[in-house]
Write a protein of this length. Structure first.
Length: 251
């Protein structure tokens, strides 16, 4: 089967490509970082299988899938790193990759194009419903400051920082503490565009108002409340890739 990969993360494309290269019946014929270029290539070359990131930026993977039609409609595996999509999309990982390929091969030989259209429409509907559920959810966190407990809307939280058995929450120029782990706090914040910039720090992109670079290339993010947060070397490429998504005219 001829395969195309569409994902705006370089590392993600590389991971999928390496998995495909290990399969004798899969041949990667193209890799694309944005929906516009990918759509033109798919219509030109009509691959059998498409690995497609759900979240591509301005034009999502869902939008791209909706734009496809016979006779160039391939089998589609939606790739996602977000748990709230995982129940609806095939999530590519070392654990379930081979099981997913078994299903793909079965559908490649047995499904008609019309059946593929129906299945894709159903899956797109499920993905959009999952997306709306997350966007509409605005949970509140209970955190402590000055001997009092406060209920905080997660949309107001600018940054999370790990602090031993606690997590520090930055809201404007105020600091709160919650007895939880950074991972648990990030899960509660999943309705927000969160970006992990170091092992112990996650920022809410909605509150980043300025981005600077250090001499060694790390990113320094200025938040609306006046707090600054610096990326670590291990997360530098991930932060760069995420910020590139937000750049006008990126191809």
């Amino acid at each position: 089967m001829e395969v195309m990969i569409v994902d705006d993360e370089v590392v993600a494309r590389q991971t999928v490509r390496e998995c495909c290269e290990a399969e004798p019946d899969l041949a990667v014929t193209g890799e694309y970082a944005n929906a516009t270029t990918a759509l033109a290539a798919i219509r030109r070359h009509a691959p059998h299988l498409l690995f497609l990131d759900v979240q591509l930026g301005a034009t999502s993977g869902i939008d791209l899938a909706r734009a496809l039609a016979p006779p160039t409609l391939p089998l589609i595996v939606f790739v996602t790193a977000y748990d709230h999509y995982a129940r609806e999309a095939f999530e590519v990982s070392a654990v379930d990759y081979r099981a997913m390929l078994v299903r793909v091969r079965q559908r490649h030989t047995a499904q008609s194009v019309s059946e593929r259209e129906i299945q894709l429409a159903t899956l797109i509907s499920q993905l959009e419903r999952a997306s709306r559920t997350v966007q509409e959810a605005r949970p509140r966190l209970l955190a402590e400051a000055g001997g009092h407990h406060h209920m905080i809307d997660v949309a107001q939280i600018e940054m999370l920082e790990a602090d031993r058995n606690y997590v520090t929450l930055r809201v404007d120029d105020k600091t709160f503490h919650a007895r939880t782990t950074l991972q648990q706090a990030a899960e509660t914040m999943r309705s927000q565009p969160m970006l992990r910039i170091s092992r112990s720090c996650i920022v809410n992109i909605n509150h980043v108002c300025q981005v600077n670079r250090t001499l060694r290339g790390d990113f320094v993010l200025l938040l609306r409340g006046g707090t600054t947060a610096a990326s670590s070397q291990g997360y530098r490429d991930k932060v760069r890739a995420h910020l590139e998504k937000l750049t006008f005219g990126r191809n």
